[in-house]
Design a protein around this ligand. Structure first.
Ligand code: SF4
Length: 668
């Protein structure tokens, strides 16, 4: 297998100063942010172990969980397909859409790494169809004819100037470096795509076996758009992405958002239980789920099985000192094709799924420092798996050269004795100190290989792992302080920890305001006046409104000159909804579909106004998603702040596809 192209990409990445600056900025912010976000979960270490155990249980008994899951999905009205590989998946999609008269078809797609894995866009476009990526970062890389450079931040390699130039050339707008103008341009163009698409395609973050629920998370709202607006929704899911129960889902979500995008919860967490029901007026009428194997069964039966525990948070990429130098585009196979998954996890699953021949050597792009394992929210032993890929065989230890075997045996003896290990470190450090001052000598690269792309560094005063752990621990805020910010308070007399309603309201308000939401406390008597005053102040005279919002009847709005619309009209500037619940610990609203309860009222307008009674606020995510109405609705969405993105140079921009403002009225 030839590594020539890989080495060329490595050299190009290291020489690219703007790429280096972009990767550093991304990694610094994500790594620090992740530590702070995890600190808001005092029991995160214990959660991580539970998450590992849950994923291990699912992967070990994958066949059983898949049977339960697909049975529930069919009961719920989904059309379920099993695809062995990418050709199968494409054939299923073409069969689903064969009856559609309009040709070519327009597919609106939300970000899905599995579609990258099977090169879906390329295949559909080759058949003459139009596929539009709707995540801002994915849209940018699609316009450039590239693949995503990171599994969470696809355009991580670009500066705002690159995007400004791209939009000027491809979309015809005047050149600008203003991220908010670039984002609103994409919003305008992609809104048209959502409204006219024949089919919405999404990935799936988790499938819940006990209920047959699909869970998808997005910050921008494009995931909600593609699953709500087009008449047909096709979801693509890797067969390993299951959790047994809704409680397990809550646990995974609490770790995923903090590890991926340093949030307590992603802005939109969708729980889709079925297609639109007869009495409902929006949501996809038909929902298909394609469960893809594409090498996963083979991995499940191999020593790389643990890599299937991955929940695709991207934290190991940000933590990896090698990825931070290279970026995703450097991870190429022997034929020059880009690995579908880069970084530490990508260097295991890309060869595991697609082939060792093509991607096996990517596992060499690791220092085995262990930073990826430390960052992983499900505690996957990535360094161990990387060494297994390096061994180049399905069974650990088999396939190693004699030299490697002898080397590993020596390492095993040294590594199992703290005294010998410490002595070996000192000797290695001494050797490095002797060599490093000469690394820039012209003759040294020719002899050692060092200096070709970088100098032999002077060793640090303290080992990396020591410094890494100190930083990790030292930067964690005081756990006790965080707990006291919670809604739970100690009863002075009984000493019991309890949630009072007032505490829940306060915590919810504090959390929602921290992420850009607005909260007003009102009574039955002054709710209508407050809402009308707000709409008038914004010059809004049309609202997309649910049939029954507590204490806000249609008469009071129409008498004030505000038109009330009951269908998914995209021109309405404000949407007014009730809510099934709210979550204090994350500042989240829980909206469910139903008769007279348009999902699009909380999605299409610029402003989303929600009315909720204070007694509907619960403390935790786990409590909220177990509520009967949430479990039984065709779709529920957890909304944690206004729509947002940080896809251009990590600049936070509010209002990408969903509402720019989220205003909650809490009824006393
Ligand atoms: S291996 Fe762990 S850290 Fe890396 S993407 Fe998967 S879950 Fe996240």
């Amino acid at each position: 297998m030839s590594t020539r192209l890989f080495h060329q990409r490595i050299r190009a990445s290291i020489a690219n100063e703007s790429l280096q600056a972009a990767l550093d900025a991304n990694a610094e912010r994500r790594v620090k942010g992740r530590i702070t976000a995890l600190a808001t979960l005092p029991d995160w270490r214990e959660r991580r172990q539970r998450a590992h155990a849950i994923r291990a249980e699912v992967i070990t008994h994958l066949d059983d969980y898949l049977k339960v899951f697909t049975g529930k999905l069919v009961e719920n009205g989904f059309i379920v397909h099993r695809a062995a590989d990418k050709a199968d998946a494409l054939k299923i999609i073409l069969d689903i859409t064969a009856a559609t008269t309009r040709k070519p078809l327009l597919f609106a797609k939300s970000k899905s790494m599995i579609s990258e894995e099977i090169e879906l866009n390329h295949s559909l476009e080759a058949m003459g169809h139009r596929v539009v990526e709707t995540d801002l970062g994915e849209y940018i890389v699609q316009l450039r004819g590239e693949k995503p450079a990171h599994i969470i931040t696809p355009a991580v390699h670009l500066r705002r100037q690159d995007v400004g130039k791209l939009f000027h050339e491809k979309l015809g707008i005047p050149y600008t470096e203003d991220v908010s103008i670039l984002t609103s341009t994409a919003r305008k163009i992609l809104r048209e795509v959502f409204l006219t698409a024949d089919v919405g395609i999404s990935g799936v973050n988790f499938g819940v076996a006990e209920t047959g629920t699909l869970c998808m998370v997005t910050n921008e709202g494009n995931g909600r758009m593609v699953t709500t607006v087009p008449p047909v929704h096709i979801a693509l899911m890797g067969m390993e992405r299951l959790v047994p129960t809704l409680g397990d889902l809550a646990l995974m979500l609490s770790l995923l958002a903090r590890s991926a995008t340093v949030q307590k919860l992603t802005v939109y967490t969708q729980l889709i239980n079925s297609p639109r029901r007869l009495e409902e007026t929006d949501g996809a009428q038909t929902r298909h789920l394609i469960i893809l194997d594409n090498g996963r069964w083979r991995m499940q039966n191999s020593p790389l099985q643990e890599a299937l525990y991955c929940i695709r948070c991207g934290a190991c990429l940000n933590a990896c000192p090698v990825f931070r130098e290279l970026g995703g585009h450097a991870y190429v196979g022997s034929d020059g094709s880009m690995a579908p998954y880069p970084g530490p996890i990508g260097s295991i699953v890309s060869p595991g799924l697609i082939g060792l021949e093509q991607f096996g050597y990517l596992a060499q792009a690791s220092s085995l420092c262990g930073a990826c394992k430390d960052a992983c929210p499900v505690d996957i032993d990535l360094p161990r798996l990387l060494t297994r890929v390096r061994a180049g065989d399905k069974k650990p230890g088999i396939g190693l050269s004699i030299q490697s075997k002898v080397g590993l045996q020596i390492y095993g003896v040294i590594g199992s004795s703290p005294r010998l290990f410490s002595l070996a470190q000192k000797l290695a450090g001494l050797g490095a100190r002797v060599v490093s001052p000469f690394s820039e000598w012209m003759w040294l690269p020719a002899v050692t290989g060092w200096g070709t792309s970088k100098d032999f560094p002077r060793p640090a005063l303290k080992p990396f792992r020591y410094r890494f752990h100190r930083e990790d621990i030292d930067s964690l805020p005081d756990t006790k302080k965080i707990e006291s910010m919670g809604a739970k308070q100690k009863d002075q007399e009984s000493g019991e920890i309890k949630n009072t309603n007032e505490n829940l309201v306060e915590r919810f308000t504090q959390e929602l305001k921290a992420i850009g939401g607005q909260v007003y406390r009102v009574t039955l008597n002054n709710l209508a006046d407050s809402v009308i005053a707000l709409l008038k102040e914004r010059g809004m005279d049309t609202t997309l409104t649910w049939d029954s919002v507590p204490a806000l009847d249609e008469n009071s709005l129409t008498q004030a000159g505000i038109k009330v619309i009951r269908t998914g009209d995209p021109t309405a500037k404000a949407g007014i909804t009730g809510a099934a619940a709210a979550i204090a610990e994350t500042g989240t609203l829980v909206i469910i579909s139903g008769k007279g309860q348009l999902l699009s009222a909380s999605l299409l307008p610029d402003i989303h106004i929600a009315v909720i009674h204070s007694s509907q606020i619960v403390y935790s995510l786990e409590e909220a998603i177990q509520i009967k109405a949430v479990r039984e609705a065709s779709a529920a969405v957890l909304i944690t702040g206004p729509s947002r993105t940080a896809d251009i140079e990590m600049t936070l921009t509010i209002g990408v596809h969903g509402p720019k403002e989220l205003i909650v009225y809490i009824l006393e």
